[in-house]
Design a binder for this molecule. Structure first.
Ligand code: NAD
Length: 259
């Protein structure tokens, strides 16, 4: 290209590990990586779900492999990261996506249980995944970490304080690690999805979704998992090498809308 440095927009040969990849945004993210020529480690607590996603991708001619992984189990994290590294000959991309919802009022009897589970699965697991993957990422030519938070990290809902606190923690973790790992060329970014149609939001009545989306989002609709996945994957291109420490809402304009 004349006059400007050529940076690769190809993920061919990249090796990506996605947590919570049996469903929703994780599944869509694994599929976008695979379709872009990356090798995808499809990991999930739901072993059958992960296997069927990996099979689907393999049958479509892509490179994907499934691993059972509960991200709240530190030893399992270490084992799976080591196995993926061995199977793929390294690791370039870590997507911390696995998640659960966790509604409870602050004075609810179940609050402590919900709090502990949210902090464990949504926040502690992300730092443990990063620490386990770091030695492999340090060997990569384009090391990328993307942490999935939520717009609940930016402006929250009643009875969602455990989830919101964990997700706000993810944005802090992202910024601090971007600064800490920046000198090594490792980028760390965070995506805050808004209302997205996945299993996590399936309990909400369709009419309620429509009313909420019309009243609150700029685009007047829920998002598709693929619409988040494409942004996530774009942050992992070798060419996305100067983008780090960002917290990006992918929310149909939810956070931008004032009236
Ligand atoms: P989803 O329920 O479709 O997928 C979540 C996946 O995470 C499932 O496959 C589940 O098995 C897996 N998972 C749950 N606990 C796990 C554990 N301990 N170990 C490993 N895997 C585990 O939900 P989704 O909407 O695709 O959620 C993906 C991420 O996006 C989550 O972090 C969620 O908090 C976040 N998010 C979702 C929305 C939304 O509206 N759907 C909005 C903002 C943020």
């Amino acid at each position: 290209m004349y006059g400007i440095t050529e940076l690769s927009r190809s993920l061919k040969g990249s090796r990506a590990l996605v947590t919570g990849a049996a469903s929703g945004m994780g599944r869509a993210t694994a599929a976008v990586f695979a379709s872009e020529g990356a090798r995808g480690a499809v990991t999930d607590y739901d072993a059958d779900g992960a296997r069927s996603v990996a099979e689907e991708l393999t049958n479509a001619g892509y490179q994907a492999q499934a691993w059972h992984l509960d991200v709240s189990d530190l030893q399992a994290i270490r084992n799976v990261v080591a196995e993926v590294e061995k199977a793929f000959g390294g690791l370039d991309v870590l997507i911390n996506n696995a998640g659960i919802s966790g509604f409870a009022a602050i004075d609810d009897d179940q609050y402590d249980t919900v709090w502990d589970r949210c902090l464990s699965v949504l926040l502690t697991a992300q730092q443990q995944m990063i620490r386990a993957a770091l030695p492999a990422l340090r060997q990569s030519s384009h090391p990328r970490i993307v942490n999935i938070a939520s717009t609940e990290a930016l402006g929250a809902t009643a009875q969602d304080s455990a989830y919101a606190a964990a997700k706000a923690g993810v944005s802090g973790l992202t910024r601090a690690l971007a600064v800490e790992l920046g000198p090594e060329g490792i980028t760390v970014n965070c995506i805050c999805p808004g209302p997205i149609d996945t299993a996590m939001t399936a309990f909400i009545e369709p009419e309620h979704k429509q009313v909420f989306a019309k009243r609150r989002t700029a685009l007047r609709r829920y998002g598709l998992p693929e619409e988040v996945a494409h942004v996530t994957v774009s942050l992992c291109l070798p060419a996305s090498s100067y983008l780090t420490g960002t917290v990006i809402p992918v929310d149909g304009g939810l956070m931008a809308r004032n009236a």
